[in-house]
Design a protein around this ligand. Structure first.
Ligand code: WTA
Length: 629
């Protein structure tokens, strides 16, 4: 896949220019690196007003042939997946491309034998074992649309997602190991399925061996596999056929089922993987995300496998058996590219550096970051203690909706700048807009938007194209609007400043909550904070700040005054929060994002109207906040 990658700054600049002047031939050249049953008739058709986007029209393919079959000719014995179990005393598993191909085909036949066919929606609620990747690829093999639900979600959340897409089959496991905990996945699934009339079969993978209840629709994964062969021709898909649905939270409570399609998603995930991480044949690449999130879809499964990489799948958590586990695994498998989230880095940073230093990290060449802005302190800790000042850090900005990384440095090829995602990838036309939708030039701060489609943009929200239009294409007509703010330096580097949909209008002034939080976090006794708006008689809206202190607070009034002064000093008196509440934690999603929707309700005193809080990592803090306000 050499032709996908720009490994010098000159080739990068050339690519960028070509992509800007002539996007269609640019993407067509890249798409030629893949195996198509029939080439496309037309590269692109789009209208951001409709909105409608189609790539590689008329092209026929199956993504699993690109991720598996074609590597059988060139590197059948290359390791495709290294599985590192939760328990370090359990042996790691090395799965070659040949073996993975065989296991995916057998699983695909298992799905077919149980009635699954092209276009059916199959829900996957499984732990991070190789069978999860196999389940995803088996669906793709037969053209069924997978909808992976993170195995930390509750029964209510699972049922809502199954019902939204009217899934006909559920793939799950008896239980899952995560750190010292065992989660009874099958029992949770059973509870969900009492509300899911469309599910006809539930296939259960045995992981923990725990007792499970058995219903008439249940089948054991291992028993079903024995009944079928490992020969399964790939279903031929249209480039624009849906490949999967993945739910992401919106600013209202109901999750959005983002739909990605076969051709464009394949091309863009492989292209971005290769370029951002500068993967070289034989390298070992590890992304610590869960396949339940987009990062796991694009950069554990599809992107790496499409280029024939060796990808690590880790079942556990960074804190088990101790806070050195990530580094132990890097040393054990001689990881070359390591991709994780700032929230993990911040958690690890609080523990003694001896936990990093005692492991040999000399194999590392490239580090990556994803999911939220990486603050300067975390960036420098990562650079110093993990990268030993010797590994470029790719801060990758993207979303579930974008399918792949849109803004990032290319490791070791383009310059990095701490806390900046840096430059848009070749082929990505990013702009900054002012509130009226005018494009800003040069150094500026504004609303991030994308001007031209890229192959892996989500095509719709499952069952709700109107919402897709409203959320992403209506605020700034003619642009894709991701909902993030950014600033741009004189060299064109982007720094993501946070969500712009969290802007609060106080006395007629637009105030972003993100910069206020940054100001509060500067205080030596503040670990983390979240600021939301609440209705105010005179100002329209006022600000409520939730702050987590470092150490216990003896004099709350003194702290509050200091914080108000700090905000006034950093941003201006108008940004001073009316209320500052000291809390021990903030309600967070399982991927570590603060649930501002819930904080807004709490700040407004709407305790009876909090919506579903069962998907939170820490629902207990909601009660604490209510009690103390
Ligand atoms: C945020 C995760 C700053 C951003 C791949 C985006 C980031 C949302 C970065 C999407 C980054 C992601 N710097 N912010 N490098 N990466 N974000 O859908 O607000 O879980 O809109 O996709 O995360 O989150 P999602």
């Amino acid at each position: 896949m050499k032709d996908l990658a720009y490994s010098t700054i000159d080739s990068y600049h050339q690519a960028k220019q070509l992509a800007r002047k002539n996007p269609e031939p640019f993407w067509a050249e890249i798409a030629k690196n893949f195996q198509w049953h029939k080439p496309w008739d037309k590269v692109l058709e789009y209208d951001f007003h409709a909105p409608e986007v189609k790539w590689f029209l008329g092209g026929k393919l199956n993504i699993t042939e690109n991720c598996l079959d074609r590597h059988l000719k060139t590197q059948p014995d290359q390791t495709a997946i290294i599985f590192e179990p939760n328990d370090p005393s359990e042996a790691a598993e090395h799965i070659t491309y040949k073996e993975l191909h065989s296991r995916v085909c057998r699983a695909a036949n298992m799905l077919k034998a149980n009635g699954a066919k092209k276009g059916d929606r199959i829900c996957i609620y499984m732990p991070m074992t190789p069978e999860l990747a196999i389940a995803v690829l088996a669906c793709a093999r037969i053209g069924a649309i997978h909808s992976v639900v993170f195995a930390g979600f509750s029964a209510t959340a699972l049922a809502a997602r199954i019902n939204d897409a009217a899934c006909t089959m559920l793939l799950t496991a008896d239980g899952s190991y995560r750190g010292p905990k065992i989660t009874p996945l099958k029992a949770i699934a059973d509870e969900a399925l009492t509300q899911c009339p469309t599910i006809k079969n539930c296939i259960v993978f045995k992981r923990t061996g725990q007792e499970v209840e058995w219903n008439s629709i249940d089948l054991w994964w291992h028993e079903e596999l024995e009944k079928v062969s490992d020969s399964c021709p790939a279903e031929i898909m249209d480039s624009e056929d849906p490949l999967f649905i993945l739910y992401t939270s919106g600013s209202t409570g109901k999750p959005k089922g983002m739909v990605h399609s076969c051709g464009g998603y394949m091309v863009y995930t492989a292209y971005s993987f290769q370029n951002v991480f500068q993967y070289q044949k034989g390298d070992v690449y590890w992304c610590t995300a869960d396949i339940g999130w987009i990062t796991g879809h694009s950069y554990i499964v599809y992107g790496p496998l499409a280029v024939g990489a060796t990808t690590v799948m880790f079942e556990g958590v960074p804190s088990y058996p101790d806070y050195g586990r990530f580094w132990e695994v890097c040393a054990k498998h001689k990881v070359n590219q390591f991709y994780t989230a700032p929230t993990a880095i911040r958690a690890l940073e609080k523990h003694p550096t001896s936990l990093v230093e005692k492991h040999d990290l000399s194999s590392l060449k490239v580090l990556g970051s994803v999911g939220e802005p990486i603050n300067a302190e975390a960036w420098h800790w990562y650079d110093k203690h993990v990268g030993k000042h010797n590994c470029p850090i790719a801060d990758t900005w993207w979303q579930t909706e974008t399918g792949g990384i849109l803004i990032s440095s290319l490791a070791g090829v383009t310059p990095q700048k701490p806390t900046y995602a840096t430059l848009p990838m070749p082929g990505i036309q990013a702009v900054l807009l002012d509130n009226d939708g005018n494009e800003l030039e040069g150094e500026a701060e504004g609303i991030l938007a994308i001007k031209h489609p890229w192959p892996s943009i989500a095509r719709t929200i499952w069952g709700d194209h109107e919402r897709y239009k409203k959320v992403y294409f209506s605020a700034y007509p003619g642009y894709y609007f991701p909902g993030d703010g950014a600033l741009r330096d004189a060299d064109g580097n982007y720094r993501i400043t946070g969500r712009v949909d969290d802007v609060v209008i106080v006395s007629g002034h637009n105030l972003g909550t993100a910069p206020i939080e940054n100001a509060l976090n500067e205080h030596t006794n503040v670990v983390e904070s979240a600021v939301v708006g609440f209705p105010h008689d005179i100002k329209g809206n006022a600000l409520h700040a939730f702050v987590i202190p470092n150490k216990s607070v003896d004099d709350a009034e003194k702290l509050t005054n200091e914080l108000r002064d700090l905000v006034a000093k950093t941003i201006g008196p108008i940004a001073k929060p009316d209320r500052i509440q000291v809390v021990s934690g903030l309600p967070k999603t399982r991927s570590g994002k603060i649930m501002r929707r819930i904080l807004r309700k709490l700040a407004a005193g709407e305790y009876d109207n909090l919506g579903d809080i069962s998907t939170l990592l820490n629902p207990e803090v909601v009660e604490e906040i209510k009690q103390n306000s």
